[in-house]
Ligand binder design. Structure first.
Ligand SMILES: CSC[C@H]1O[C@H](OP(=O)(O)O)[C@H](O)[C@@H]1O
Length: 361
């Protein structure tokens, strides 16, 4: 079983086709931007950070063998192709943020007369390749920050000096298959396990793509972590009887006020967690935080094909002719979020914008 969602070396990019998991582990080549757009749009690769990394590396493999006459032509290629890749899926912000950063870099290099066109191409390739290691480092920091916060909350609530092992619930897939490795919310789970403080992790199936049943369960079984799969409809009952210490989920786009777009079903889990007094955390790198939008009302929610609901593979499970509503995400209001776990710290939603702005200044 492979957990490496992305295989890259200069001039070559392959992605693990997540539509085939867990039954088949098959890598497919991504030869350029058209392939990159397709594998993202079809969700052969998915997960906010992985989308950005695969998108940017698809451009890297495309321009690697090309010779550009001028820096202007290279800059135009970079800007046009990155903006095209942003259109593959609208909700996660990571691709947009990465595209803007790389476009800004190429504009800066194009203006610098001391930089040749060959140097400019090399600098661009290095910048895209650096995303892989940075994502893994960010995820490890998210894991450590999140585990610490959850254990402190549990100890504080119990009035004890240290927390015993905890039970957590997660939704969708936020692990190695959604990132360059280790994961965000699943990185918190991994770090709890590394500390010997993970009693049990529950993962929801996450209809209709089944990221939980097919991908998160795959990762947890692979690492022999104590895990149980539950149906999306079981969350309320689970929180009532299983003494869950915290819910930790990922994010596709966090607005400046902390409202968070994440996989459909996240909002209702947050409502149930509030009802049961269970802390609800969002785990996300800064590349998932969009300070340009004031609230979740401004987040575009991708609506996906009906067939993802009416069929499991080739097998029809819904009556022919029924109409469907298939938003891929929903928005959890900041008021339902206990904390946003990032690689730079854990922030309450009401201070997120100020804290992130201070970090970035
Ligand atoms: C680590 S971000 C993962 C994030 O992306 C998932 O959506 P999708 O599978 O449609 O790309 C889900 O919202 C996860 O929380």
């Amino acid at each position: 079983m492979s957990l490496q969602s992305i295989k890259y070396q200069r001039g070559s990019l392959e992605i693990l086709d997540q539509l085939l998991l867990p039954v088949l582990s098959k890598y497919v080549p991504v030869r350029g931007v058209e392939d990159g757009w397709k594998v993202i749009n079809k969700m052969q690769v998915r997960g906010a950070p992985a989308i950005a990394i695969v998108g940017c590396l698809s451009l890297a493999v495309e321009i690697h063998p090309e010779e550009f006459e001028t820096k202007k032509s290279l800059r135009q290629e970079i800007e046009g192709k990155l903006n095209y890749l942003v259109s593959a899926r609208p909700t996660a912000v990571n691709m947009k943020i990465s595209a803007d950063e790389l476009i800004a870099l190429s504009n800066e290099l194009a203006k610098d007369d001391t930089v040749s066109v060959a140097d400019m191409k090399q600098r661009f390739l290095h910048a895209t390749e650096a995303m892989l290691e940075k994502d893994i480092a960010d995820n490890r920091a998210i894991g450590a920050n999140g585990a610490k916060t959850i254990l402190e909350h549990v100890a504080e609530t119990a009035g004890s000096a240290g927390a015993s092992a905890v039970r957590v619930l997660t939704h969708c897939n936020t692990g190695s298959l959604a990132t360059a490795g280790y994961g965000t919310a699943l990185g918190v789970v991994r770090h709890l396990a590394e500390l010997g403080k993970l009693e049990h992790v529950y993962c929801t199936e996450t209809r209709p793509y089944n990221q939980g049943a097919r991908l998160t369960a795959y990762e947890l079984v692979h690492e022999k972590l104590p895990a149980t799969l539950v149906l999306d409809s079981m969350v309320a009952a689970l929180l009532r009887v299983k003494n869950i210490a915290a819910v930790v989920v990922g994010a596709d786009r966090v607005a400046a006020n902390g409202d968070t777009a994440n996989k459909i079903g996240t909002y209702q889990i947050a409502v149930v967690a509030k009802h049961h007094g269970v802390p609800f955390y969002v785990a996300a790198p800064l590349t998932s935080i969009d300070l340009q939008i004031p609230s979740g009302d401004h987040i575009i929610i991708e609506v996906r094909p009906d067939r993802e609901m009416t069929h499991v593979g080739e097998h029809r499970i819904a009556a022919p002719g029924i109409s469907c509503w298939n938003p891929a995400f929903d928005v959890t209001p900041a008021a339902l979020i206990t904390g946003i776990i990032t690689e730079r710290g854990v922030f309450r939603p009401e201070v997120l914008k100020a804290e992130i702005t201070a970090l970035q200044s």
